[in-house]
Design a protein around this ligand. Structure first.
Ligand code: PEP
Length: 254
C-alpha cells in the first residue's frame, strides 16, 4: 500500500487568504495524485473555511485534521477546543502528544491518555506522537521511554476499540532540524513499537508513521522503509514544491 502523508502546518500561515491558497495546492495535488491519501492539519482557526473549500472540490483523498484537542468533552475550559467541535468542523484526524505540544503544556502521560480517549469518543482518528523527549541527539534509542509513552497513552481503551489509528515515531532531535533518523533506526524502532502494540492487542489497526525533517531530499531514502505506513511532515508542508515532490516520490514507490 502507498504510504499515507500527514501535513502539520504548525502555527502557519498568518492569514486566512494564505491558508486558503496553500490548501488549494493540496487540493490540486490530491486531484493529480488520486492514489495517495493526504491529511492536512492546519491551525484550528482555518478549519471551517478549509472544510468548505474541500467540500467545493469534492476530493476524497484529502482530509482535514487538527493539531491537538482538549482533555474534556465540554465545560469551563477556557481556550480549549473539544473533539466534538473538531468533528463538527469536518476534521477526521487529530494529532495527540506532538513533542512541541507536550513541551508547551508540560503534558503528563495521563493527560495524553485523556486526550486520546476524547479523540475516540468524538470519532476522530488519533495520530499519537512518540519520540525521545530526553535525547537531544541520537546516541542510543531510549526504549523504556518509548514503551512508557505508548503504554500509558493507550490505557483504559474501550474494549470494543477497533478503529484505525496512527503511531508517529518522531525523535525530538529530528523535528525541524534538517536531520533525519537513519532507515535502520526507524525500522528497528517501528518493529519495537509494533511489538509494544501487539502486547496491548492493538497491532492490527495501527499504522506506524515516521516524522522528523521529511522533505523533498530525505524522502528519496525514507520512501524505502518497509515497516512504515506513512510520514508526518512539518516544515515541508508549507512549501508546495517540496510537498509535491514528496508525494511524487511516494506515488512512484513500488
Ligand atoms: C512535525 O511537525 O511533526 C515535524 C516532523 O516537523 P518537521 O518535518 O519540520 O521536522
Amino acid at each position: 500500500m502507498l504510504k499515507k502523508l500527514f501535513f502539520n502546518w504548525k502555527m502557519n500561515p498568518t492569514s486566512p487568504n494564505e491558508a486558503s491558497s496553500l490548501f488549494a495546492e493540496f487540493v490540486s495535488l490530491a486531484q493529480s495524485q488520486p492514489q495517495i491519501s493526504l491529511v492536512v492539519l492546519p491551525p484550528y482557526v482555518y478549519l471551517s473555511e478549509l472544510n468548505q473549500q474541500l467540500q467545493t472540490f469534492g476530493v476524497t483523498n484529502l482530509k482535514l485534521g487538527a493539531q491537538d484537542l482538549a482533555r474534556h468533552s465540554a465545560g469551563a475550559y477556557t481556550g480549549q477546543i473539544s473533539g466534538q467541535m473538531l468533528k463538527n468542523m469536518g476534521c477526521q484526524y487529530v494529532l495527540i502528544g506532538h513533542s512541541e505540544t507536550r513541551e508547551a503544556y508540560q503534558l503528563s502521560h495521563e493527560q495524553i491518555n485523556q486526550k486520546l480517549l476524547q479523540s475516540l469518543e468524538s470519532g476522530l482518528v488519533p495520530i499519537l506522537c512518540v519520540g525521545h523527549q530526553s535525547d537531544k541527539t541520537i546516541t542510543e534509542i531510549n526504549y523504556p521511554e518509548l514503551s512508557e509513552q505508548v503504554t500509558t497513552a493507550l490505557q483504559n481503551l474501550p474494549p470494543e476499540f477497533k478503529t484505525e489509528f496512527y503511531l508517529a515515531y518522531e525523535p525530538v532531535w529530528a523535528i525541524g532540524t534538517g536531520k533525519t533518523a537513519t532507515n535502520s533506526i526507524i525500522e528497528e524502532v517501528s518493529q519495537f513499537l509494533k511489538q509494544e502494540l501487539a502486547k496491548l492487542g492493538l497491532a492490527k489497526q495501527v499504522g506506524i508513521l515516521y516524522g522528523g525533517s521529511v522533505d523533498d531530499v530525505s524522502i528519496q531514502e525514507l520512501v524505502k522503509l518497509q515497516q512504515v505506513d506513512g510520514f508526518l511532515i512539518g516544515g515541508a508542508s508549507l512549501k508546495p514544491e517540496k510537498f509535491k515532490t514528496i508525494a511524487q516520490v511516494v506515488a512512484n514507490q513500488v
